[in-house]
Design a protein around this ligand. Structure first.
Ligand code: ATP
Ligand code: MG
Length: 561
């Protein structure tokens, strides 16, 4: 079994030991190396918090480096979104923004150095031939027939590869390492491939591009990185990382692996997230259902809540799935303390107060945040006709139902007690059109003077003063805890939750919300936390997205479906 050390500690222990030994002259220098082939997700947030967090805590440095060695899949849009997301999370690379492509000349130089040392050769095998001759762990392997080309021939061929003389896929540069190694990655791995495509930064300059394995360690070394932290799947790559730097005799950072973050009911694979975007299962990378940083931002998560989550889950060698509600709790706790309350009615039904004078309205004082007295109160208009939630009324109430029903008295939040005296239904559908009530003028503010109690407090919005907002309710994107778990022949998309989005087109909300700033967050009383979507809201159009429910209800979803 893997041993997992207490949260965040095993990497710190390595660094502490290095510092105690005086290794790297007491420097700590990390990097976050995204490939710009997609938007960052919550797993990347973990890596960002770890790398930038270590640099902060050890008074070291952390670079942002784009690992842009695959020209086909990389785009400037991704570069920009990544920079925005890292900044939004609260981290600063200062003047240390780098691109692997900035080092292409140097990397090419190192490749020539290896050729000269007899440690790399040009190979004409196809990918398929290479795969076959490499064998498997138990199978024997056969050396490439091109393995023993002379240094001169290799230098000549490699220069001509660079000059664009050969077709894509016709030649590669390979390390000359060990075809009998039990680690398949050490069996003469590919260092350079021919790709005659333009790169988003170097344009048409290069016809050959270095592989990730060849590039990564060299970039780390050139930047003086001390601790090169990556996820567990790179553990088998470490001998290659070490071999390349040892052969070149350059500064040699230590690669340290930790377990990737997995979150239940979602996926953290860029390839699959890209598929969701491309096939339009979601509205884009920043769809609030996506586990991307931009999705969380639109959904109303704060950078603090994401940083706190990353800290709380810790860093370990053993992988596991973190429950989605751990993440939800971190924003819920924060919003409970900070989000101003507001009243909104998602599924309205009309209440008419028969004994309230027609044409009259008044303003009542409503507390902004019971958790934060300094937030004060606001005036909310009240009148004869109000909206309440459909759910808050039952004509024929079951036993445990204490909200409004015929003959029953309830409190309207910070306003008055009302008592139901009758209902009017639509003759054709039987649906309730109006609930008629009387109010007690002596209960202004929501308290009776005679000590009489009611069992329920309802939120409400005055019909005459209401403004309408679109409200989007979200559920988990996938129905399964592990969306990769599919029946044979099924795609992960078979696990998409068909009810992950519900749009309520016209919800009455209190008028003060018309001045809400895009991105601002509220607790809609009794309903949950909501943020004003900065993307789809416009002048005169409010779109609220549900950040998170008031309590942890998602666990019931699986049962419901
Ligand atoms: P790809 O398959 O495209 O390489 P990737 O998720 O590894 O996907 P990168 O852009 O290479 O994406 O990741 C940048 C950094 O973030 C890497 O150091 C990687 O190890 C780390 N990272 C990626 N996914 C996670 C995750 N789920 N948990 C923690 N760290 C992650
Ligand atoms: Mg990667």
């Amino acid at each position: 079994m893997e041993i997992s050390k207490p949260a965040g500690n095993f990497i710190r222990e390595i660094i502490d030991a290095d510092l105690a030994k005086g290794k790297n002259d007491g420097r700590v220098h990390t990097r976050f190396p995204p490939e710009p082939n997609g938007y960052l997700h919550i797993g990347h947030a973990k890596s960002i918090c770890l790398n930038f967090g270590l640099a902060r805590d050890y008074k070291g440095l952390c670079n942002l480096r784009f690992d842009d060695t695959n020209p086909e899949t990389e785009e400037v849009e991704y570069v920009n979104s990544i920079k925005e997301d890292v900044r939004w999370l609260g981290f600063d690379w200062q003047d240390r923004l780098y691109y692997a492509s900035d080092y292409f000349d140097k990397i090419y130089g190192y490749a020539i150095e290896l050729i000269k040392k007899g440690k790399a050769f040009v190979c004409d095998q196809t990918l398929e031939e290479m795969r076959k001759s490499r064998g498997t762990i138990t199978e024997t392997c056969t050396e490439s027939p091109y393995r023993n080309r002379s240094v001169e021939e290799n230098l000549d061929l490699f220069a001509r590869m660079k000059a664009g003389e050969f077709a894509d896929g016709s030649k590669v540069l390979r390390g000359k390492i060990d075809m009998t190694s039990p680690n398949l990655l050490m069996r003469d791995p590919v260092f350079y491939r021919i790709r005659k495509v333009a790169h988003h930064r170097t344009g048409g300059k290069w016809s050959i591009y270095p592989t990730y394995d060849f590039t990564h360690g060299i970039c780390d070394s050139l930047e003086g990185i001390t601790h090169s932290i990556c996820t567990l799947e790179f553990e088998v790559h470490r001998p290659l990382y070490d071999w390349i730097l040892d052969q070149l005799g350059v500064h040699h950072p230590q690669q340290i692996e930790f377990a990737r973050l997995n979150v239940s009911h979602t996926l953290l694979s860029k390839r699959k997230l890209l598929e969701l975007v491309e096939k339009k299962y979601v509205s884009g990378w920043d769809d609030p259902r996506m586990p991307t940083i931009s999705g969380f931002r639109r959904r109303g998560y704060s950078p603090e809540s994401i940083r706190k989550f990353c800290e709380q889950i810790g860093v370990a060698k053993a992988g596991s799935i973190i429950e989605l509600n751990v993440l939800e709790n971190s924003i819920r706790e924060e919003l409970n303390k900070t989000a101003p309350r507001a009243m909104a009615v998602l599924r309205p039904v009309k209440v008419i107060i028969d004994n309230y004078p027609e044409g009259k309205s008044e303003e009542v004082d409503v507390i902004n945040n019971p958790e934060d007295p300094s937030a004060g109160s606001r005036k909310v208009p009240f009148g004869r006709e109000l909206y309440i939630e459909e759910d808050d009324f039952r004509e024929d109430p079951p036993k445990q139902f204490f909200r409004l029903s015929p003959g029953r008295e309830v409190r309207l939040r910070c306003a008055y007690f009302i008592k139901c005296v009758g209902v009017i239904k639509d003759a054709s559908t039987g649906k309730i059109k109006e609930i008629h009530c009387t109010y007690d003028p002596n209960t202004r503010g929501g308290d009776s003077s005679d000590g009489r109690k009611v069992k329920a407090t309802l939120h409400w919005v005055s019909c005459r003063h209401a403004i309408l907002a679109e409200v989007r309710l979200y559920d988990t994107l996938f129905t399964k805890r592990d969306p990769n778990e599919t029946a044979q022949g099924q795609e992960f998309t078979a696990n998409l939750n068909p009810k992950s989005l519900e749009i309520l087109a016209a919800c009455p909300v209190e008028p003060g919300l018309k001045d809400a700033r895009p991105g601002s967050r509220f607790q809609f009383e009794r309903l949950g936390y909501f943020a004003l979507d900065p993307k789809d809201s416009a002048a005169g159009k409010l779109v609220f997205v549900r950040t998170v429910t008031l309590r942890d209800t998602w666990a019931k979803i699986e049962k419901k479906l």
